[in-house]
Design a binder for this molecule. Structure first.
Ligand SMILES: *Cc1c(COP(=O)(O)O)cnc(C)c1O
Length: 402
């Protein structure tokens, strides 16, 4: 029977009325660090909370079902999830990663490669020639991140999987930007999915967490062994909150996505906008691929404003969008990648990556479309060019990367 359940039903029922002690309908929170043994020769299901605890198991089971994997492992952050999978690679073996991956992932990969933990190649995975060249080096592990940040580039997951199968490489997809509600990479042939559950999965901006889901039980077991060994497993309270947030994933993302497409349509028609980056737009280069591998276009988009619009002044005059990094929460957020999320890059590196100083990234929350559009209009009316802001950007913003 469980095979026939739809994902919405799985979420609604995760951990519900399973409490053996009191038959609590909503799952209890088990904070205990350790669990008693009935006999020194009889190891209980749970003995120590780093290795496993009932609250974390409920979230792991729900995420594994949603992604269609054999095993879920909940860890302390998205970065911990990514680092966990890099334990599968030995020194001398090659990791292929997208050239425009999440900044923290870029930093982690570079730092580990510098220490000799593995060889590393950053590749534009939307370029078939570059992909073929990278795969000729027989990688051990390939990381995919689609849509990418902040330009929402779409990687053809099936195409990368086809290359990886030829050389027996493990394919890992960072599914943070869409969540299992809109994309299930394991069903497209990937071996492992990683998440920053901080974003859409928890959705309430009150937990930093991560998850790894393996398609195959043996690989899942190996990853769970590493998670316990290195101590990166997630805390019970974080798991409790994240399962609570997960319950409303579908209605949240459905609504946020609808609002996004309405806001995008209005902005695409505005003369103060040079370009909108959203995979739902027909002129987006990844639109056709997105349609074949996604169940929706998501709730993230970026806008390159026209010359003469000072995006720093625009952000300063927004009242509903909060200026913040992160994404996927109930609240609308906005950032200028050049001074915030991608400030660690030099102005030249940003230009090569296509990240202009007039680029603004939006994460759309649950507010009403009319209010969000009015907010952007108000901001634009006050976005006259300021010489001080131009000077700041041309020096290269030197703030820290989260
Ligand atoms: C935020 C994010 C991460 C890192 O997750 P944390 O929970 O902040 O450690 C990794 N990948 C992507 C795509 C992200 O957006």
């Amino acid at each position: 029977m469980s095979e026939t359940l739809r994902t919405e039903t799985i979420i609604a029922g995760a951990g519900v009325a399973e409490d053996p002690a009191f038959n609590a309908v909503s799952p209890p929170l088990h904070l205990s660090a350790n669990y008693g043994w009935n006999d020194p020769l009889d190891k209980p299901q749970y003995d120590y909370a780093r290795s496993g605890n009932p609250t974390r198991t409920q979230l792991e089971t729900a995420l594994a079902k949603l992604e269609g994997g054999a095993r879920g492992i909940v860890v302390s952050s998205g970065m911990a999830a990514l680092d966990l999978v890099f334990n599968l690679v030995d020194p001398g073996e090659l990791v292929i990663a997208p050239h425009d991956c999440y900044g923290g992932t870029h930093r982690l990969l570079t730092a580990r490669a510098k220490r000799g933990h593995f060889e590393l190649a950053f590749v534009n995975q939307t370029d078939p020639v570059a992909l073929a060249k990278a795969f000729s080096r027989n990688p051990k592990l390939v990381l995919i991140e689609t849509p990418s940040n902040p330009l929402l580039r779409i990687t053809d997951i099936r195409a990368v999987v086809a290359f990886a199968r030829e050389c027996g490489a493990i394919t890992v997809a960072d599914n943070t930007f869409l969540s299992p509600a809109l994309q299930r990479p394991l069903s497209l042939g990937c071996d492992v999915v990683v998440h920053s559950t901080t974003k859409f999965i928890n959705g309430h901006s009150d937990v930093v967490g991560g998850a790894v889901i393996a398609k195959d039980a043996a690989l899942g077991e190996e990853l769970a062994w590493w998670a316990n060994c290195t101590g990166v497993t997630g805390a019970p309270f974080d798991s409790f909150l994240t399962l609570r947030g997960l319950r409303t994933l579908f209605p949240r993302i459905e609504r946020q996505q609808k609002t996004t497409s309405d806001v995008v349509a209005a902005l695409a028609a505005d003369e103060r906008v040079a370009r909108v980056f959203y995979p739902g737009l027909e002129d987006h280069p990844g639109h056709e691929i997105a349609k074949t591998q996604q169940d929706g276009f998501g709730a993230m988009f970026s806008v390159e404003f026209a010359e003469g619009v000072d995006v720093i002044e625009l952000l300063r005059n927004l009242r509903i969008f909060t200026i913040a990094e992160s994404l996927g929460g109930f609240e609308s957020l906005v950032c200028t990648p050049a001074t915030m999320t991608h400030a660690a890059m030099t102005p030249e590196a940003r230009e090569t990556a296509g990240i202009s100083d007039r680029l603004v990234r939006f994460s759309v929350g649950l507010e009403h479309t009319d209010d969000l559009l009015r907010d952007i209009s108000h901001g634009l009316e006050h976005a006259a060019q300021s010489a001080a802001n131009v000077a700041y950007l041309s020096k290269g913003a030197a703030s820290q990367c989260a």
